[in-house]
Design a protein around this ligand. Structure first.
Ligand code: UT7
Length: 328
C-alpha cells in the first residue's frame, strides 16, 4: 500500500576502534612531525583497528548501535548497503559479512565502491529504494580499514588515513531526517587517487607487493584543488535545489579529508565554520565512514535539532563526489 511519507534517516550509529595513533607515533615510521601534519591537514590523531578486526566487524558494531536507536531488530532490515574502499575481500562482499554477523535473513546485500564518496552515494540509493516501496528498512553503512591499504613508506599519504564505521537506518518517516535532495557524480581520473593492483588489470604478484601497489596512491595537490571546487559547487547546488539560502544551512557534515579544503570551500560557499562539523583532529580520514561518524557526534553533542537543514558532502577516488541535503 502506498503512503505519502518519504525516505528519511531514522537513526545513526558509529564505531571507532580503540587504538589511538598520534602524529608523533607516525613520525617514528616516516619522516614527518606533528606540526606539519596538523597544519596541512588538521589531523592530530587517528584510530586503527586491531590486526584481527576487519571492516565488517566495525560495520557490524556501528549497525548494532543504529538498529538499537531505531528500536529495530536485524530481522526488520530488508536491504544492506555497505560503502567501502577496504572490503573484507573481493567476494563475498562486505555487506554479506554484515548480514551473517548480524544474523539476518537472506536479504539483499550490496557493496558500493566510490571510495570516500561512498556514504553519500549509499544514502541516495537507500532513499530511492525506500521510496520505490520495494524495501522498507535499509541499513546504510560506511566502513573502512584504510590502515590495511595504506602505503607506510609514503609520508605524503600515510598520515591521512584511518579506520572506523558509521551506520544509518533509512525508512519512511513522518518527515524526520528526510532526504530532500541528493546528487552523485564521477569523472575518471586514475592518477589522482588509486589502488593499482589486486584487480584484473594488475593481479597480485611479488612485484606488486614489493612496490606497494596494493595500497593507496595519491596526488595530494590535484585532489586538494578538485575537492575545494567540488565542495563549494555542491553546497551551492544543494541550497538551490533545496530552495534555501546558504544562511539557512544549519550544519554541514563534510567528508573529513583535510580541514584546509573544508575551510576554503565553505568560505567560498558563504557558510561559516561554526556551522561545519570537524572531527578529523581525532579520527583522521576514515573515507566512507567519516560522514556518519561525524554526524553521530554532532547529534550526540546536540548540534542538530528537528527541522534543521543538514548538508552532507563528500569527494573521493574515481574521482567521485556527492551530497545529500537533509531536513532533520
Ligand atoms: O579523501 C580523499 C583523499 N585525499 C585527500 O583528501 C588528499 C587531499 N590533499 C591533501 O590533503 C594535501 O595535498 C596533503 C595533506 C596530502 C599534502 O599537503 P600539501 O600541502 O599539498 O603538501 P605537498 O604534497 O605539496 O608537499 C609539500 C612539502 C613537500 O616538500 P618540498 O618538496 O616542498 O620540499 C613534501 O615532500 O611537504 C613535504 N611533505 C611532508 N613533510 C613532512 C609531504 N608529506 C609530508 C609529511 N611530513 N607527512
Amino acid at each position: 500500500m502506498s503512503d505519502s511519507r518519504s525516505a528519511g534517516i531514522l537513526s545513526i550509529g558509529s564505531y571507532t576502534p580503540k587504538r589511538v595513533v598520534t602524529n608523533d607515533d607516525l613520525s617514528k615510521i616516516v619522516d614527518t612531525n606533528d606540526e606539519w601534519i596538523f597544519q596541512r591537514t588538521g589531523i592530530r590523531e587517528r584510530r586503527f583497528a586491531r590486526e584481527d578486526e576487519y571492516t565488517s566487524d566495525m560495520a557490524i558494531e556501528a549497525a548494532r548501535v543504529a538498529l538499537q536507536r531505531a528500536e529495530l531488530e536485524p530481522k526488520d532490515i530488508d536491504y544492506i548497503l555497505v560503502a567501502t574502499a577496504s572490503p573484507d575481500n573481493t567476494f563475498p562482499n562486505t555487506a554479506c559479512w554484515v548480514q551473517k554477523g548480524l544474523g539476518m535473513g537472506d536479504i539483499a546485500a550490496l557493496d558500493i565502491s566510490t571510495a570516500c564518496a561512498g556514504f553519500v552515494y549509499a544514502l541516495e540509493l537507500a532513499a530511492a529504494l525506500v521510496n520505490t516501496e520495494s524495501y522498507r528498512n535499509v541499513l546504510v553503512i560506511g566502513a573502512e580499514k584504510l590502515s590495511s591499504i595504506t602505503n607506510w613508506t609514503d609520508r605524503g599519504s600515510c598520515i591521512l588515513f584511518a579506520d572506523g564505521a558509521g551506520a544509518a537506518v533509512v525508512t519512511k518517516t513522518d518527515g524526520r531526517g528526510r532526504v530532500l535532495c541528493s546528487r552523485n557524480g564521477a569523472r575518471y581520473d586514475y592518477d589522482a587517487l588509486n589502488v593499482a593492483a589486486g584487480g584484473s588489470r594488475m593481479p597480485a604478484s611479488h612485484e606488486t607487493v614489493e612496490k606497494h601497489m596494493h595500497t593507496i596512491a595519491l596526488k595530494g595537490r590535484t585532489v586538494y584543488k578538485f575537492a575545494v571546487q567540488k565542495f563549494e559547487e555542491m553546497a551551492r547546488e544543494a541550497c538551490q535545489r533545496g530552495g534555501i539560502t546558504a544562511d539557512q544551512v544549519s550544519l554541514v557534515v563534510p567528508h573529513q579529508a583535510n580541514v584546509n579544503i573544508i575551510e576554503s570551500a565553505m568560505e567560498r560557499a558563504g557558510i561559516s565554520m561554526d556551522r561545519v562539523v570537524i572531527n578529523m583532529d581525532r579520527y583522521g580520514n576514515t573515507s566512507s565512514a567519516s560522514i556518519p561518524i561525524a554526524l553521530d557526534e554532532a547529534l550526540a553533542a546536540g548540534r542538530i535539532k528537528r527541522g534543521d537543514y543538514v548538508l552532507l558532502e563528500a569527494f573521493g577516488g574515481g574521482l567521485s563526489w556527492g551530497y545529500n541535503l537533509i531536513k532533520w
